[in-house]
Ligand binder design. Structure first.
Ligand SMILES: [Zn+2]
Length: 348
């Protein structure tokens, strides 16, 4: 969790404690941690812990594949976007129920598929929520998802701390199935990262940092599909965000300097057309959202102001405020389906 997020939650908790116990919001916090948290996903935490630094082979692989992304970038631009073939991706849903988690109906699963396809392969791009400044940057990934199989499991584990147990332990979780060929999506009860007491909405592995045995995308049922739970994640956008990671997207702020919090502006999120950002944006900001960006360039820190693209799927805003991928992001995602791109065997 970022310091900022922690600050927000502490602030919120402080204000909640001062509320009367009869307030609905307070009652929700007792019953459902997802009713009051701001978005947080486990992507950075698990990729920080991965083998990039420790394992030269892994680092080399990432470098090679980043190069691959760069090469493939040249084959994609705005003018040929409409002629791109649609990439079809089969999903195996693992519904791992425990505690008070209800049955997940086929309709909810279909609503999640619809939410994915509305973001990844809309019939027409809806730019009504995109500010003029960013309208021309909005792109259609032309990636379509469909249900290949649904697996229902019962478990005794309610709070999932050890990420891999859900995926690797066939007794309590559900064993992953041919992750090179299928996108394995896990829907479970409450998820916790390793560095925080607050629940997260989900997580996914970058295609170049994962191992076959853990390559599932995980989401809590409280943010799965289009539903009526009382939280800010009711439109199925959490899985849109997590699959962005699965297809090689970073958060829009990219990696930060762990000591100063400055962002590596030259590196960023590896995408040219998303403005640099230092930190996540939460809730539903109003446009324009102009913030100071602290850039670390060649060891020196510089500050400048930027209008942030908070409505991007790879930020941390609420579902109702996430609306777009950019051309640069689409380039990166589609590059993963090219030979050697990490997701090339998923295509049906
Ligand atoms: Zn994320």
């Amino acid at each position: 969790m970022t310091k900022k997020n922690l600050f927000h939650i502490l602030l919120l908790l402080t204000s909640l404690v001062s509320c009367e116990k009869t307030s609905n919001q307070f009652e929700n916090t007792n019953e459902d941690p997802y009713a009051y948290i701001q978005r947080s996903c486990g992507y950075e935490e698990i990729t920080d812990q991965d083998l990039i630094v420790k394992n030269k082979g892994q680092a080399e692989k990432i470098k090679h594949l980043e190069k691959q992304t760069e090469i493939l970038t040249g084959q994609f631009n705005k003018s040929n976007n409409k002629d791109l073939p649609v990439i079809k991706v089969p999903i195996i849903f693992h519904i791992v129920r425990s505690g008070d988690m209800p049955k997940i109906s086929k309709e909810i699963i279909q609503s999640q598929i619809n939410a994915l396809n509305d973001a990844y392969n809309p019939k027409k791009l809806d730019k009504s929520n995109i500010p003029d400044e960013f309208k021309d940057l909005m792109a259609n990934p032309k990636i379509e998802f469909f249900t290949h199989k649904i697996i229902n499991k019962e478990s005794n584990i309610i709070n999932w701390h050890k990420t891999e147990e859900l995926i690797k332990n066939p007794k309590e979780g559900s064993k992953i199935i041919e992750p090179k060929k299928y996108l394995n999506v896990y829907v479970c009860n409450t998820i916790y990262g390793t560095n925080s007491d607050n629940p997260i909405l989900g997580y996914a592995w970058n295609p170049y940092k994962t191992r076959d045995s853990n390559d599932g995308v995980v989401v809590t049922y409280k943010a799965f599909g289009r539903h009526n739970f009382k939280n800010d994640y009711t439109q199925g956008k959490t899985l849109v965000h997590e699959i962005g990671h699965y297809l090689n997207l970073s958060h829009i702020w990219g990696p930060n300097d762990k000591k100063s919090g400055a962002t590596y502006c030259q590196l960023g999120d590896g995408v040219d057309d998303t403005p640099n950002a230092s930190n996540p944006n939460y809730d539903c900001p109003s446009y324009p959202l102009i913030k100071d960006i602290v850039c670390k360039i060649s060891g020196k820190e510089e500050v400048y102001q930027t209008s942030l693209m908070f409505m991007n799927y790879m930020d941390y805003v609420n579902d109702e405020c996430m609306h777009m991928f950019t051309f640069g992001q689409v380039e990166r995602m589609r590059a993963t389906f090219k030979p050697g791109g990490g997701r090339d065997r998923l295509i049906k």
